[in-house]
Design a protein around this ligand. Structure first.
Ligand SMILES: Cc1cc2nc3c(=O)[nH]c(=O)nc-3n(C[C@H](O)[C@H](O)[C@H](O)COP(=O)(O)OP(=O)(O)OC[C@H]3O[C@@H](n4cnc5c(N)ncnc54)[C@H](O)[C@@H]3O)c2cc1C
Length: 415
């Protein structure tokens, strides 16, 4: 039985694990429908639902292919955490990365996975060329399909095998983490994105505090990273929530203790090691990418509703910014967006909280993260992307029998 990372998506369909491109072509050319899986870290039904799951982790391709000064061909199904050290051996690095690096490159770009940084685009925008296997089993490339269609495609145009990515000389980052007052973080967020290469903040529910994280380029040598205490912090937040069910005052007291115990971080490390963490506590997530001018108002309302109606929530709200790009299905297509992510314990019901807040994101013209929970369908999505119908027409042309289409995806990509 296949399940995604959060345990919310399941499939008991067979899993094919081709080891060569020829074998992959044969599997794809067969009549059954199939969906490729990367690392299974998406929260939405975008992997399960076909006759078969295709796992390409054993494909016989080198992690790195041809490497230039600012471009590198890579195995598209390699994990980001394996690509970074290989690039570093050649003096290179990803321009930016998200919170984790467990994803495969293909899985990450297919849903427009992003990090944070006003001038830094999502990973899909770093794809400059690609090779893929089309629905008939043919080998296709960006000579056959426009790049801006392939960059973010949720595995619907074909199976990515190799990708050429834009890379930068490897670099160190100076990481600074500090506690701030919620109102200060909200008031200064735009300035912080202007002042720092990477800036994000986490609003800690019911505490009036945020954790602000800054990363800036430095020539300074690496220094010792402190122990990662995120997991312990989340456990204390849960404990505070549980005690709060008995006494609201106890929750406040525990949160005050937690924020007092939160120590600042200040160290230098290699970019990919500093940007990415391990996330061991399972959660569910919804994330919307908002036009920057509406983000502050939406955040105020989100926090008001959270504090008024959702006392059970203890996961922080994450706020990031990503630069615009030109990929047709990229939520950042056309300009920068501020991303607001809400989370719940994977073992607890997320619906009441997510359903209550989603209309705020939608009303502000937010676009949902393709890999995170949302309730939109074709009708709403087609209004959010100028090239949506062009993408849908191309999908129909390349895959007329719907080999890569499941009922869940048809809800999003068919009128
Ligand atoms: C703990 C955690 C932290 C996260 N942090 C971030 C973050 O910081 N920023 C962010 O933006 N997102 C984040 N995400 C979401 C995650 O990055 C995306 O959901 C991403 O798509 C997952 O990559 P994956 O390799 O697991 O792909 P999967 O979830 O397995 O697949 C995603 C999509 O890619 C398609 N696909 C996979 N391989 C191929 C291929 N070879 N060819 C064509 N299509 C393919 C699949 O069919 C599917 O449609 C996080 C998720 C988790 C669980």
């Amino acid at each position: 039985m296949w399940t995604n990372w959060a345990g919310t998506e399941r499939a008991d369909t067979p899993v094919s694990r081709p080891s060569s491109i020829a074998e992959l072509q044969q599997v794809v050319a067969q009549r059954h429908s199939l969906r490729v899986v990367g690392a299974g870290h998406s929260f939405t039904p975008i992997v399960a639902g076909g006759d078969r799951i295709l796992d390409l982790s054993g494909l016989d391709l080198p992690t790195l292919g041809e490497v230039g000064n600012d471009r590198a061909w890579v195995n598209a199904n390699a994990r980001l955490r394996d690509l970074s050290p290989k690039l570093a051996e050649r003096g290179l690095a990803f321009r930016n990365l998200g919170d984790i690096n467990a994803q495969s490159l293909a899985g990450a770009v297919s849903t427009a996975t992003h990090g944070t940084g006003r001038d830094l685009p999502c990973l899909a925008a770093e794809i400059t060329a690609a090779k893929l296997i089309g629905a008939d089993g043919d080998i296709l490339s960006t000579d056959d399909i426009p790049l801006e269609m392939i960059q973010v495609a949720l595995g619907m145009l074909g199976v990515l095998t190799e990708a050429q990515i834009s890379v930068v000389p490897k670099y160190n980052l100076h990481r600074r983490v500090r506690l701030a007052a919620l109102e200060d973080s909200l008031a200064s967020m735009h300035q912080n994105w202007a002042d720092n290469r990477n800036f994000e903040f986490f609003c800690i529910p019911f505490s009036g505090k945020t954790v602000e994280i800054r990363h800036d380029l430095t020539d300074a040598p690496e220094s010792r990273a402190p122990r990662d205490l995120d997991m312990i912090a989340v456990k204390v937040l849960k404990l505070a929530r549980n005690t709060g069910r008995v006494s609201g005052g106890l929750r406040t007291a525990l949160l005050r203790l937690l924020t007092l115990a939160q120590s600042d971080e200040d160290y230098v490390g290699e970019s990919w090691r500093v940007l990415c963490s391990d996330r061991r506590i399972r959660f569910n997530e919804m994330e919307y990418h908002l036009p920057p001018e509406f983000a502050a108002d939406v955040l105020h309302e989100v926090l008001t509703r959270l504090h008024r109606d959702h006392k059970d929530i203890y996961f922080p709200i994450e706020v990031r910014q990503t630069a615009g790009d030109t990929a047709c299905l990229s939520p950042f297509q056309g300009g920068p967006r501020i991303s607001v992510a809400i989370h719940t314990d994977a073992a607890e019901d997320h619906r009441r909280y997510f359903d209550a807040l989603e209309p705020l994101f939608v009303e502000a013209g937010g676009r949902p993260h393709w890999g995170k929970m949302h309730s939109l369908s074709y009708k709403e999505l087609s209004g959010l992307y100028p090239d949506f119908d062009r993408f849908c027409a191309l999908r129909e042309q390349l895959d007329p029998k719907g080999k890569f289409l499941t009922p869940a995806l048809a809800r999003l990509f068919q009128p």
